[in-house]
Ligand binder design. Sequence first.
Ligand code: KIV
Ligand code: ZN
Length: 385
Amino acid sequence: MNKKKIDIFDTTLRDGEQGPGCLLTLQSKLEIAEQLEFLGVDIIEAGFPVSSPADFKAVQEVSKLIKNAKVCALSRARELDIDTAVNALKNAVCPRVQLGIGTSDIHIKNKFNSTRDDILAVAFKMVRYASNKIEEVQFFAEDAGRADNLFLAKMVENVIEAGATIVNLPDTNGFCTPFEYYEKIKFVIENVSNMHKAKISVHCHNDLGMATANTIAGLLAGASQAEGTINGVGERAGNAALEEIVMTLIIKDLPIFTTVDPRYISKLSKMVEIAMSNPVQANKAIVGRNAFAHSSGIHQDGVLKDRSNYEIIDPAMIGFELPDLILTARSGRAALRHRMEILDIQFQENEFEQYYAYFLQVADTKSIVADSDLIDLCKSRSRKV
Ligand code: KIV
Ligand code: ZN
């Protein structure tokens, strides 16, 4: 099968940082950008330069640092925003400006008090303006998720005509289901006459918990670029988590692929978690601390026989140092025996059942039985066995 390469667009430093309480220092932004480059993402969105002097500086410094990935800066459909973004990107090896405007009727009426025709005209004018200042222009059709598909197709054709070579169709409010988003992307691709001159990008938010599923659906419908953030950080319920998109592309046999090197995912996730003081939920897919933890007896026994019984990803693929089995009240004999052997706790075979009974008594009083608990338990009980 001839597979198509998907560009991975990271927006941890821009949309991710928009999450409440997720502000990053310049130093953290540079460290994260460097790791993103090791990870091999294709584009790093570094900030929104007109929004503050600190964001301008961040885009400027990331532009100087990054050599392989493209560096993108956000802008509204306004001349001052575009000029400021172009200026901040001056030192980037491959700069890109992403500018856009609301495209749903809700945004057109309630945000801009405008009309579809006027919005089309502003978008055309500003994309043309930006295209005269910088080679690569990405347009975002904000709230595309709730926009009328026919109007969206008209908008996409309009901005490609004006010079955009990437068109982002964000599900800004995480409103779509995967099937709806698939149909939307497919409809646009099939109904835009100059589509061959541009790529479609997908950018999904997680308000209904479907951001990753929607992203994959959009890619399967024909989009060529996926946008997301590390740990899924971002406005409200966040953005599509980049690690989930990347690992889906890597482990599933799909007609699309990424060149991202997943071995940096675990480190980057920790780095973002600490820099944003934004703890990753324990059961978060791929990077949560329980993502590779097995607690029940049936699962632990299966994992001890062969990890693939209950793991679809080898944790080493994402650079995750595997914790050993966690002992809880749901753990079975196989896990207890395994842990006792690791801790070099000597026991007679005929004593084991008694140890297991004592272990369960302790486990019923604790959520996790630590190694120290196990050692204490075995020491105190060995006098009595
Ligand atoms: O969610 C969104 O619509 C955005 C755009 C600015 C790309 O983040
Ligand atoms: Zn967004």
